[in-house]
Ligand binder design. Structure first.
Ligand SMILES: *Cc1c(COP(=O)(O)O)cnc(C)c1O
Length: 365
């Protein structure tokens, strides 16, 4: 019997009744875009994060793109982010016309390092995007010190960090703008694409609401140039139903992570570290192994599905050749890309499955 890396079917089946009810309520309402369900979810998610506003948008990528638009970022500007992230963080920068400038990550937290960030700041730097990788917060204070010194805004990529804490504060309540994705497999995911930006700044919230809706404040009166990036009512209603369970799901992920840490004893495996400054929500449980390809293949034979997040760092992706980086420019991100392996991690994994994953990993020689 195969233990899958993820299983959204099992997730749906566990909560079928609640999810069906949420879906049906929108179908019955006859209203599908920018309505009561969207507003309700935005209020609930803002409250969950401890922010004044949440603005629902079409995806996590769009959340970052719109945030940069709200800051008037475009051609000639530079935006700093990490080499060890998934491509959408960087797509959102390039689509504005700005140039992504990459920063290496820390060997322990896998997130942005302040020293390298400080070196990369230039006259053209208009925003800094730390990524809360795998569910763990980046060490934000040293990043804010540098950002504040230069007057550069921080936009957080929290696509993997719904419920993550940094020094006791929820991610989503700290920076001027924090971007979330509700892609189905995220800790809080919808049944299609979705995303949002949290902010406690009224002016920015209003600007984001116009940007996502053709630049209009009032129907057919367009005060700025925007486009269409909205969280629809069906997704919003489903997300409201799911948000009630998020803390419980994150707690289950943390307990699976604890079990992995205690029971995977193989010397071939390096466990992820939970930094003292925050609460990790284990969007992914990412170990580092030697001879990864063989390791992954063996686990597959033993019936354990795994994935690699991510096999190629941004600067070595074909689509970002134009940034003119080369191999060796981001040593930590490159080492991670060559050695990381994500074990199954989702709340509906059974205790038996978790135990079997541990014994399978331990048996790889
Ligand atoms: C998922 C993800 C995104 C993109 O979100 P989408 O909703 O798929 O557009 C961006 N950044 C990170 C770190 C992600 O994990």
């Amino acid at each position: 019997m195969m233990i899958p890396f993820g299983n959204l079917k099992r997730h749906y089946e566990t909560y079928r009744h609640e999810f069906d009810e949420a879906l049906q309520s929108v179908l019955d309402s006859g209203w599908f875009v920018l309505g009561k369900a969207g507003e309700k979810f935005e209020n609930e998610f803002a409250a969950y994060c401890g922010a004044k506003h949440a603005v629902g948008v079409g995806s996590g990528t769009e959340a970052i793109h719109l945030s940069l638009m709200a800051l008037n970022i475009g051609v000639g500007d530079e935006v700093l982010t990490v080499a060890n992230t998934c491509v959408p963080t960087v797509s959102a920068i390039s689509v504005t016309g700005a140039t992504p400038v990459l920063v290496d990550v820390d060997t322990e937290s896998f997130t942005m390092v302040a020293d390298d960030l400080a070196r990369k700041i230039s006259r053209n730097t208009k925003a800094i995007i730390p990524v809360h990788m795998y569910g763990q917060a980046a060490d934000l204070d040293p990043i804010f010190d540098i950002a504040n010194l230069h007057g550069i805004p921080v936009v957080e990529d929290a696509a993997q960090a719904h419920g993550t804490k940094y020094k006791g504060r929820k991610i989503g309540s700290i920076s001027t703008m924090t971007c979330f994705s509700f892609y189905p497999s995220k800790n809080l995911g919808c049944f299609g694409d979705g995303g949002c930006i949290t902010t406690s700044d009224d002016t920015i919230a209003e600007r984001l609401r116009m940007l996502r809706n053709y630049g209009q404040r009032e129907r057919y009166y367009h005060s700025i140039k925007g486009f269409n990036s909205r969280l629809d009512e069906i997704q919003a209603a489903l997300l409201s139903a799911k948000l009630k369970h998020l803390d419980h799901w994150n707690e289950r992920r943390r307990s699976i992570a604890r079990y992995y840490r205690e029971n995977i004893t193989s010397t071939l495996v390096q466990h992820p570290r939970e930094m003292e400054y925050g609460d990790h929500i284990f969007h992914l449980y990412v170990v580092r192994v030697l001879a990864r390809e063989a390791f992954q293949k063996r686990l597959q034979q033993l019936g354990v599905g795994t994935m690699i997040h991510y096999p190629v760092p941004i600067h070595l992706q074909a689509s970002y050749k134009d940034l003119e980086y080369k191999k060796g420019d981001f040593p930590v991100s490159e080492q991670l890309a060559d050695s990381v392996l994500s074990l199954p991690m989702f709340p509906e994994l059974t205790d038996d499955e978790v135990a079997k994953i541990c014994s399978s990993v331990n048996s790889v020689v």
